[in-house]
Design a binder for this molecule. Sequence first.
Ligand code: UDP
Length: 311
Amino acid sequence: MVHLISGAAGFIGSHLCDRLVVDGETVIGFDNLITGSRRNLVQLEGHTRFRFVEFDATQSIVFTEKFDHVWHLASLASPKEYLAHPIETLESGSTATRNMLEISRRDGARFLLTSTSECYGDPLEHPQVETYWGNVNPVGPRSCYDESKRYAEALTMAYHRFHGVRTNIARIFNTYGPRMALKDGRVVPAFLDQALHGEPLTIFGDGTQTRSFCYVSDLVDGLVRLASSEERYPVNLGNPVELTILQFAEAIQRLMDSKLSLVTEPLPQDDPRKRRPDISKAKRVLDWEPKVPLEQGLRETLAYFKSVAAA
Ligand code: UDP
């Protein structure tokens, strides 16, 4: 099978490339490197079944190969990055999604969209089930991300219904692991970076907001299962273990075996109060659930950040 992956040099994209190459597949990965990094793919350099191209998914098709699977991961995924690049973020959900869907249509290839739990916005239902339509502020600062992913889902369903493309949509909840960018502002790299430098952990707001953190290998396993399923409607992929941000700070303190101080910063506008996936559908349809406990995943991630700091 030949796979095309946008966002291949990103955090999740690079792990997906690794997994597919290990599975014996041929992968062409591309990335515009706005937030992705060539360093995330050094382990695949020179591999006979892997090729990297620096290319922007919002540009029209240049690929002459015929693909069996098209994976659209390219996006600015951290609030800090998408707030800094709102137009590019909207383009990756709209123009880039259309370009990738067109390749799928041209080749009769399967298509997978990595969507997001942000489709639920600041949810009024808890935990979030795929049938919940969400509570998104369409003109707030986060809307460039939330609405672009909601549009991408609508476009994907339209290509399925109108052109018969075999599509899948993953709604990804907070994911963490090695190759996250240390300075991308998300809570996992932020706290680990602060802990490594002996700085106080920055709690936004009162820290009672919740998130549920999924380790990247679990997430990639869910994506691979979804890509070969016949489920056309969105499927939540995430870890249902829910923590307040204060509890997450405690987990970092246990990991570092030290009492790190905390400092409070203002809560960003429209920051969701709660987030936890209902993964009944993923269990039923994909026979999938996360396996890596938070402590183990955080140890692996910390080891990665230490190795980057030492390099
Ligand atoms: N957060 C925090 N301190 C930080 C970074 C983030 O308290 O240094 C909070 C943020 O306000 C949010 C949660 O942690 O409630 C997760 O934020 P992140 O940016 O990782 O992802 P989000 O789920 O908001 O997209």
